[in-house]
Design a protein around this ligand. Structure first.
Ligand SMILES: Nc1ncnc2c1ncn2[C@@H]1O[C@H](COP(=O)(O)OP(=O)(O)OP(=O)(O)O)[C@@H](O)[C@H]1O
Length: 506
């Protein structure tokens, strides 16, 4: 086995401190046990609950109270016994000076005593003073062939216990294998088992299910999420240009060769103008899964590991292709000058390289409110296929938005004077118009006179009069957005593909 061979090489090279980052602890321990048997080495394991004991010999504590890491390490330091010492729960203690010193003392004894410390955890951050003494070992993840064998093994197991053969076909198996890549043996096995036992078959429906479960397992922690809630183009009022653009490219995205495939678009505009709704509608109308990449969370949660996490998120999106990846508030991750130590620039580099190189059917929808802070490289033509500006809705679209939200809540839009409402809501965003309907409905619930809680035009007008839309309070920033968009973007709304300044679009 390659893993045992590679770990053996580390022992031959006298590495005193080996770090293994893995979520598959049983597999790591199994590997170490086999290595120890092969080389006739003593191996002891330390865990927070059981202290220090010989690996594989549960009832034999090597030392009283050795559940304290300091005591366990002092014991190892003073012992003359060489061998492997495997620490499973040491990661929370790696910021304690005494623990760090003891690890260093033992590592420095290595040439005389041949004690090798192996730290095993899902994540290991080593203080700089130990780094020179340590090497990282990565457990091999199952490759495609091994995953296929795992599937066959699980299918045999199922047939053995149920007496029924597992139904599937080779194309679906290939897709399943592609979605399982990057998982540990134990996790892959669990997901395969789950896919089989629900209905005794591996079907097309299992593929996205496995991808979703994988995303949870890889613990992207809110950075990349599977959005169950997509929309249809019919749920979006207005944005005619955008809708037409999308309809024209649907076929090319799903079936064309790589170089003809659309790569992505940018939507920017005022708050509440329907950018998020439109992003959902791209996935919904093309019938592909929607993944949401929260750039703000990526930036804040994983400081120091941000680029690696962006790469992982993009890799995961590729595994789920065809799909739409919606980069929400993209400016929060990519903007950033000197103050962030160049992180924004590095993220941008990672993203641009991926966008230029990737061959998969992953369509990017980037949304932003503040376009000015976005680096020009990101906005350059060729990176994204088009940049759309989502302005405040015109009178017709305002009427359509009101009608859509009235109907959505079961009201009879025929009874409402939409002409009048459209005329008095200039400056309202889609979100504010929706809020008008919602607030009017709440107030109708309070009204004892209003039998059946019908919504009347007068009530809606009252709410409109009491609302101060954002476009009034933030008139200046709206003006800046419009100016920026004038010769750089296509208006998402309107029947033609005209740039805002009248020049023709692509
Ligand atoms: N054109 C529209 N058609 C129908 N509903 C709309 C439209 N625009 C906005 N809405 C309603 O307003 C809600 C909020 O809009 P959305 O979150 O999509 O705006 P946004 O531009 O993404 O805002 P933000 O920049 O604050 O994230 C939508 O879920 C939808 O119900």
């Amino acid at each position: 086995m390659q893993d045992i061979h590679d770990l053996g090489l580390m022992l031959d090279r006298h590495v005193p401190l080996i770090l293994i980052e893995s979520r598959d602890e049983p597999r790591v321990l199994d590997l170490l046990t086999r290595l120890a048997i092969r080389r006739a080495l003593a191996v002891q394991q330390w865990t927070l609950t059981d202290g220090l004991r010989r690996l594989g010999f549960g009832e034999d504590p090597a030392l009283d109270n050795s559940d304290q890491p300091e005591q366990a390490l002092r014991h190892i330091k003073s012992s003359d016994d060489g061998g492997l010492y495997v620490f499973c729960d040491l990661h929370p203690f790696l910021d304690q000076p005494v623990i760090v010193r003891l690890l260093k003392d033992i590592a420095l004894q290595h040439e005389r005593r041949f004690k090798t410390l192996v730290l095993v955890s899902h994540q290991l951050k080593l203080p700089p003073e130990l780094q020179r003494l340590a090497m990282r070992f990565s457990l091999q993840l199952p490759d495609e062939q091994q995953l296929m064998s795992l599937i066959q093994e699980e299918a045999r197991r199922y047939s053995g216990s149920s007496g029924r053969k597992v139904k599937t076909d080779p194309r679906i198996l290939q897709q399943l294998v592609a979605n399982l890549r990057g998982l540990t043996w134990a996790d892959a096995r669990r997901l395969i088992r789950g896919a089989i036992v629900d209905d005794g078959a591996i079907t097309q429906a299992d593929v996205p299910e496995v991808a979703k479960a994988k995303m949870q397992l890889l613990d992207m922690d809110g950075v990349l999420s599977f959005e169950f809630d997509t929309a249809r183009l019919a749920d979006v009022a207005g944005l005619g240009n955008l809708k037409q653009w999308l309809q024209q490219r649907e076929k090319a995205f799903l079936s064309a060769a790589t170089d003809l495939r659309p790569k992505g678009l940018m939507l920017f505009g005022v708050q509440g103008s329907g950018k998020s709704l439109a992003a959902r509608a791209v996935a919904g109308s093309w019938g592909v899964p929607l993944l949401r990449l929260d750039m703000g969370a990526l930036y804040n949660k994983f400081f120091g590991e941000t680029e690696r996490n962006l790469r992982e998120a993009l890799k995961l999106a590729e595994l789920m292709s065809p799909c739409v990846i919606w980069m929400d508030e993209v400016e929060k991750g990519l903007a950033g000058g000197e103050a962030d130590g160049g992180m924004g620039q590095r993220l941008l580099g990672t993203l641009l390289t991926w966008m230029a190189d990737h061959q998969s059917r992953v369509f990017v929808v980037a949304t932003a409110n503040n376009i000015e802070v976005l680096p020009p490289e990101f906005m350059r033509k060729g990176r994204l296929d088009e940049i759309f500006f989502v302005d405040l809705p015109g009178i017709e679209v305002r009427r359509a938005i009101l009608e859509l939200h009235l109907r959505k809540r079961g009201f009879d839009a025929e009874q409402i004077d939409l002409e009048a409402l459209g005329a008095v809501t200039e400056g309202f965003s889609g979100a504010e118009l929706e809020q008008v309907v919602v607030s009017a409905w709440y107030s109708s619930l309070d009204d004892d006179q209003n039998v059946g809680q019908a919504l009347q035009t007068a009530r809606l007008l009252d709410v409109i009069r009491a609302t101060r839309p954002l476009s009034v309070t933030r008139a200046e920033s709206l003006q800046t957005l419009r100016l920026w968009a004038r010769d750089r973007a296509v208006n998402a709304d309107g029947p033609s593909q005209e740039k805002l300044d009248g020049r023709s679009g692509r």
